[in-house]
Write a protein that binds this ligand. Structure first.
Ligand SMILES: [Zn+2]
Length: 291
Protein backbone atom coordinates (compact mmCIF):
# COMPACT_ATOMS: atom_id res chain seq x y z
CA UNK A 1 0.00 0.00 0.00
CA UNK A 2 2.61 2.55 1.08
CA UNK A 3 5.22 1.65 -1.54
CA UNK A 4 4.20 4.45 -3.89
CA UNK A 5 3.92 7.64 -1.87
CA UNK A 6 3.16 10.67 -4.02
CA UNK A 7 5.73 13.46 -3.74
CA UNK A 8 4.24 16.48 -1.98
CA UNK A 9 3.48 19.42 -4.29
CA UNK A 10 4.58 22.81 -2.92
CA UNK A 11 1.16 24.44 -2.61
CA UNK A 12 -0.43 21.72 -0.49
CA UNK A 13 0.07 21.38 3.20
CA UNK A 14 -2.01 18.49 4.45
CA UNK A 15 -1.43 14.76 4.25
CA UNK A 16 -4.67 12.79 4.36
CA UNK A 17 -4.67 10.44 7.36
CA UNK A 18 -6.96 8.08 5.51
CA UNK A 19 -5.29 7.73 2.10
CA UNK A 20 -1.96 9.65 2.30
CA UNK A 21 -2.99 12.04 -0.46
CA UNK A 22 -1.54 15.58 -0.39
CA UNK A 23 -4.13 18.31 -0.55
CA UNK A 24 -5.27 21.68 0.75
CA UNK A 25 -8.64 22.60 2.22
CA UNK A 26 -11.03 21.03 4.70
CA UNK A 27 -11.58 17.74 2.91
CA UNK A 28 -9.30 15.32 1.07
CA UNK A 29 -9.92 15.70 -2.64
CA UNK A 30 -9.23 12.01 -3.21
CA UNK A 31 -11.17 10.12 -0.55
CA UNK A 32 -13.31 12.88 1.01
CA UNK A 33 -11.95 12.43 4.57
CA UNK A 34 -12.39 15.53 6.69
CA UNK A 35 -9.52 17.33 8.44
CA UNK A 36 -10.34 17.11 12.14
CA UNK A 37 -9.21 19.68 14.70
CA UNK A 38 -9.17 19.71 18.50
CA UNK A 39 -12.51 21.58 18.50
CA UNK A 40 -14.10 18.65 16.66
CA UNK A 41 -13.74 16.59 19.84
CA UNK A 42 -16.52 18.34 21.70
CA UNK A 43 -18.87 15.73 23.12
CA UNK A 44 -21.88 17.49 21.60
CA UNK A 45 -20.42 16.91 18.14
CA UNK A 46 -20.24 13.20 18.82
CA UNK A 47 -24.01 13.13 19.26
CA UNK A 48 -24.60 15.53 16.39
CA UNK A 49 -22.61 13.20 14.20
CA UNK A 50 -24.65 10.23 15.34
CA UNK A 51 -27.88 11.97 14.38
CA UNK A 52 -26.49 13.52 11.23
CA UNK A 53 -27.06 10.38 9.20
CA UNK A 54 -30.75 10.29 10.08
CA UNK A 55 -31.39 14.03 9.86
CA UNK A 56 -29.49 14.31 6.60
CA UNK A 57 -31.32 11.32 5.20
CA UNK A 58 -34.63 12.83 6.21
CA UNK A 59 -33.67 16.27 4.91
CA UNK A 60 -32.65 15.06 1.47
CA UNK A 61 -35.62 12.67 1.37
CA UNK A 62 -38.12 15.51 1.72
CA UNK A 63 -36.15 17.83 -0.59
CA UNK A 64 -36.25 15.08 -3.19
CA UNK A 65 -39.99 14.42 -2.73
CA UNK A 66 -40.74 18.13 -2.93
CA UNK A 67 -38.69 18.46 -6.12
CA UNK A 68 -40.47 15.51 -7.71
CA UNK A 69 -43.92 16.94 -7.02
CA UNK A 70 -43.16 20.60 -7.70
CA UNK A 71 -41.00 20.22 -10.79
CA UNK A 72 -41.28 16.81 -12.48
CA UNK A 73 -38.04 15.88 -14.24
CA UNK A 74 -35.90 18.36 -12.31
CA UNK A 75 -34.45 15.68 -10.04
CA UNK A 76 -33.28 13.62 -13.02
CA UNK A 77 -32.04 16.68 -14.93
CA UNK A 78 -30.02 17.81 -11.91
CA UNK A 79 -28.78 14.36 -11.04
CA UNK A 80 -27.58 13.61 -14.58
CA UNK A 81 -26.17 17.13 -14.90
CA UNK A 82 -23.96 16.81 -11.83
CA UNK A 83 -26.05 18.28 -8.98
CA UNK A 84 -26.41 15.34 -6.62
CA UNK A 85 -25.52 16.30 -3.05
CA UNK A 86 -28.85 17.85 -2.11
CA UNK A 87 -30.90 14.88 -3.32
CA UNK A 88 -31.60 11.33 -2.45
CA UNK A 89 -30.22 9.15 -5.25
CA UNK A 90 -33.20 8.43 -7.55
CA UNK A 91 -32.71 4.67 -7.57
CA UNK A 92 -32.26 4.62 -3.78
CA UNK A 93 -35.46 6.63 -3.47
CA UNK A 94 -37.30 4.02 -5.50
CA UNK A 95 -35.82 1.24 -3.33
CA UNK A 96 -36.75 3.11 -0.15
CA UNK A 97 -40.32 3.52 -1.40
CA UNK A 98 -40.50 -0.21 -2.09
CA UNK A 99 -39.29 -0.86 1.46
CA UNK A 100 -41.82 1.63 2.89
CA UNK A 101 -44.52 -0.09 0.88
CA UNK A 102 -43.35 -3.41 2.34
CA UNK A 103 -43.60 -1.98 5.85
CA UNK A 104 -46.84 -0.07 5.37
CA UNK A 105 -48.90 -1.93 2.79
CA UNK A 106 -51.73 0.62 2.58
CA UNK A 107 -52.89 -0.94 -0.64
CA UNK A 108 -52.84 -4.59 -1.56
CA UNK A 109 -51.47 -3.05 -4.74
CA UNK A 110 -50.06 -5.52 -7.18
CA UNK A 111 -50.15 -8.48 -4.86
CA UNK A 112 -53.20 -10.60 -5.63
CA UNK A 113 -54.75 -13.97 -4.81
CA UNK A 114 -54.16 -16.99 -7.02
CA UNK A 115 -57.72 -16.77 -8.37
CA UNK A 116 -56.99 -13.38 -9.98
CA UNK A 117 -54.00 -14.83 -11.85
CA UNK A 118 -56.27 -17.55 -13.22
CA UNK A 119 -58.72 -14.88 -14.40
CA UNK A 120 -56.11 -12.77 -16.25
CA UNK A 121 -56.93 -12.62 -19.93
CA UNK A 122 -53.32 -12.74 -21.12
CA UNK A 123 -52.07 -15.76 -19.16
CA UNK A 124 -55.11 -16.98 -17.21
CA UNK A 125 -55.30 -20.23 -19.17
CA UNK A 126 -51.64 -20.94 -18.53
CA UNK A 127 -52.11 -20.26 -14.81
CA UNK A 128 -55.22 -22.45 -14.62
CA UNK A 129 -53.35 -25.28 -16.37
CA UNK A 130 -50.48 -25.00 -13.88
CA UNK A 131 -52.90 -25.11 -10.95
CA UNK A 132 -54.69 -28.18 -12.34
CA UNK A 133 -51.39 -29.95 -12.94
CA UNK A 134 -50.28 -29.19 -9.42
CA UNK A 135 -53.47 -30.59 -7.91
CA UNK A 136 -53.17 -33.73 -10.03
CA UNK A 137 -49.59 -34.28 -8.89
CA UNK A 138 -50.52 -33.66 -5.25
CA UNK A 139 -53.76 -35.58 -4.58
CA UNK A 140 -53.33 -34.95 -0.85
CA UNK A 141 -53.58 -31.15 -1.34
CA UNK A 142 -56.74 -29.13 -1.90
CA UNK A 143 -57.13 -25.96 -3.93
CA UNK A 144 -57.66 -23.97 -0.73
CA UNK A 145 -54.31 -25.22 0.61
CA UNK A 146 -52.55 -24.21 -2.60
CA UNK A 147 -54.22 -20.82 -2.56
CA UNK A 148 -53.01 -20.19 0.99
CA UNK A 149 -49.48 -21.28 0.17
CA UNK A 150 -49.47 -19.05 -2.89
CA UNK A 151 -50.67 -16.00 -0.96
CA UNK A 152 -47.97 -16.47 1.70
CA UNK A 153 -45.16 -16.56 -0.88
CA UNK A 154 -46.63 -13.85 -3.07
CA UNK A 155 -46.83 -11.15 -0.44
CA UNK A 156 -43.11 -10.35 -0.11
CA UNK A 157 -42.10 -11.38 -3.60
CA UNK A 158 -44.69 -9.07 -5.16
CA UNK A 159 -42.88 -6.10 -3.61
CA UNK A 160 -39.37 -7.27 -4.44
CA UNK A 161 -40.33 -7.84 -8.06
CA UNK A 162 -41.22 -4.15 -8.30
CA UNK A 163 -37.48 -3.62 -8.82
CA UNK A 164 -37.93 -5.02 -12.34
CA UNK A 165 -40.10 -2.09 -13.30
CA UNK A 166 -37.26 0.46 -13.36
CA UNK A 167 -35.00 -1.21 -15.98
CA UNK A 168 -38.04 -2.25 -18.07
CA UNK A 169 -39.38 1.33 -18.09
CA UNK A 170 -35.89 2.63 -18.91
CA UNK A 171 -35.91 0.41 -22.01
CA UNK A 172 -39.20 1.95 -23.19
CA UNK A 173 -37.89 5.45 -22.55
CA UNK A 174 -34.72 4.60 -24.44
CA UNK A 175 -36.78 3.32 -27.40
CA UNK A 176 -38.91 6.49 -27.40
CA UNK A 177 -35.96 8.85 -27.13
CA UNK A 178 -33.06 6.99 -28.77
CA UNK A 179 -32.41 9.97 -31.08
CA UNK A 180 -31.55 12.05 -28.02
CA UNK A 181 -28.53 9.74 -27.57
CA UNK A 182 -28.76 9.70 -23.80
CA UNK A 183 -26.72 7.25 -21.75
CA UNK A 184 -28.69 4.29 -20.42
CA UNK A 185 -27.59 5.59 -17.03
CA UNK A 186 -29.70 8.72 -17.65
CA UNK A 187 -32.68 6.64 -18.81
CA UNK A 188 -32.46 4.61 -15.59
CA UNK A 189 -32.43 7.82 -13.53
CA UNK A 190 -35.54 9.32 -15.17
CA UNK A 191 -37.19 5.88 -15.05
CA UNK A 192 -36.52 5.72 -11.30
CA UNK A 193 -38.04 9.19 -10.87
CA UNK A 194 -41.18 8.39 -12.88
CA UNK A 195 -41.64 5.06 -11.12
CA UNK A 196 -41.08 6.63 -7.70
CA UNK A 197 -43.94 8.96 -8.54
CA UNK A 198 -45.96 5.95 -9.73
CA UNK A 199 -45.38 4.16 -6.40
CA UNK A 200 -46.23 7.23 -4.33
CA UNK A 201 -49.38 7.97 -6.32
CA UNK A 202 -50.64 4.38 -6.47
CA UNK A 203 -49.58 2.92 -3.16
CA UNK A 204 -49.62 5.89 -0.80
CA UNK A 205 -51.72 8.82 -2.06
CA UNK A 206 -54.57 6.99 -3.81
CA UNK A 207 -55.11 4.52 -0.93
CA UNK A 208 -55.29 7.48 1.47
CA UNK A 209 -57.75 9.25 -0.84
CA UNK A 210 -59.91 6.12 -1.02
CA UNK A 211 -59.76 5.76 2.74
CA UNK A 212 -61.02 9.33 3.07
CA UNK A 213 -63.80 8.68 0.56
CA UNK A 214 -64.91 5.60 2.51
CA UNK A 215 -64.74 7.55 5.75
CA UNK A 216 -66.82 10.37 4.27
CA UNK A 217 -69.26 7.80 2.90
CA UNK A 218 -69.75 6.40 6.40
CA UNK A 219 -70.35 9.83 7.91
CA UNK A 220 -72.52 11.30 5.14
CA UNK A 221 -74.15 8.01 4.11
CA UNK A 222 -73.47 7.89 0.38
CA UNK A 223 -72.72 4.86 -1.76
CA UNK A 224 -69.14 3.94 -2.73
CA UNK A 225 -70.17 1.40 -5.35
CA UNK A 226 -68.62 3.63 -8.03
CA UNK A 227 -65.14 3.11 -6.53
CA UNK A 228 -63.82 0.19 -8.58
CA UNK A 229 -60.39 -1.32 -9.18
CA UNK A 230 -60.54 -0.33 -12.84
CA UNK A 231 -61.12 3.34 -11.97
CA UNK A 232 -58.36 3.20 -9.38
CA UNK A 233 -55.94 1.88 -12.00
CA UNK A 234 -57.09 4.47 -14.52
CA UNK A 235 -56.62 7.41 -12.14
CA UNK A 236 -53.17 6.15 -11.14
CA UNK A 237 -52.17 5.80 -14.79
CA UNK A 238 -53.60 9.18 -15.77
CA UNK A 239 -51.55 10.91 -13.09
CA UNK A 240 -48.43 8.98 -14.05
CA UNK A 241 -48.93 9.90 -17.73
CA UNK A 242 -49.30 13.56 -16.81
CA UNK A 243 -46.20 13.39 -14.66
CA UNK A 244 -44.26 11.68 -17.46
CA UNK A 245 -45.28 14.36 -19.98
CA UNK A 246 -44.09 17.11 -17.63
CA UNK A 247 -40.87 15.27 -16.79
CA UNK A 248 -40.16 14.69 -20.50
CA UNK A 249 -40.40 18.40 -21.16
CA UNK A 250 -37.70 19.14 -18.62
CA UNK A 251 -35.49 16.12 -19.09
CA UNK A 252 -35.51 15.62 -22.86
CA UNK A 253 -36.67 19.10 -23.89
CA UNK A 254 -39.51 17.69 -25.98
CA UNK A 255 -42.05 19.92 -27.71
CA UNK A 256 -45.68 19.62 -26.62
CA UNK A 257 -46.99 17.28 -29.34
CA UNK A 258 -44.14 14.79 -29.05
CA UNK A 259 -44.27 14.89 -25.30
CA UNK A 260 -47.99 14.05 -25.22
CA UNK A 261 -47.62 11.24 -27.73
CA UNK A 262 -44.48 9.87 -26.06
CA UNK A 263 -46.01 9.93 -22.58
CA UNK A 264 -49.14 8.12 -23.81
CA UNK A 265 -47.05 5.47 -25.57
CA UNK A 266 -44.92 5.20 -22.45
CA UNK A 267 -47.89 4.75 -20.12
CA UNK A 268 -49.37 2.10 -22.43
CA UNK A 269 -46.22 -0.01 -22.26
CA UNK A 270 -45.70 0.83 -18.61
CA UNK A 271 -49.20 -0.52 -17.98
CA UNK A 272 -48.28 -3.63 -19.93
CA UNK A 273 -45.16 -4.08 -17.79
CA UNK A 274 -46.93 -3.48 -14.50
CA UNK A 275 -50.26 -5.15 -15.12
CA UNK A 276 -49.27 -8.03 -17.40
CA UNK A 277 -45.54 -8.75 -17.54
CA UNK A 278 -45.02 -8.10 -13.84
CA UNK A 279 -48.06 -10.14 -12.80
CA UNK A 280 -47.09 -13.01 -15.07
CA UNK A 281 -43.51 -12.98 -13.71
CA UNK A 282 -44.91 -12.90 -10.19
CA UNK A 283 -47.17 -15.86 -10.87
CA UNK A 284 -44.33 -17.92 -12.37
CA UNK A 285 -41.84 -16.91 -9.66
CA UNK A 286 -44.25 -17.76 -6.83
CA UNK A 287 -45.57 -20.92 -8.42
CA UNK A 288 -42.15 -22.42 -8.99
CA UNK A 289 -41.32 -21.86 -5.33
CA UNK A 290 -44.23 -24.08 -4.39
CA UNK A 291 -43.23 -27.68 -4.85
ZN1 LIG B 1 -7.79 10.97 1.47
Amino acid sequence: MDSQQPTPPKDTTIVCKNCNNYFSGKYCNQCGEKVYKETDKKISLLFEDAFHFITHLEGSFFTTLKTIFKTPGQLSTDYCGGIRKRYFKPLSLFLLLVVLYLLFPLASGLNMPLKNHMDQNRYGEFATQKVENYLQRHPDKTYAMLEEKFAAKSEKLSKLLLLLIVPCSALILWALTFFKRKYFFDQMVISAEINSFFLIANFFLLPILILLIFLAAKIFHFSVAWVTDAKYTFVGQAFTALFTALAMKRFYGFKRIYRIVASLVFIYFHGFIVYSLYKFTLFVAVFYQIH
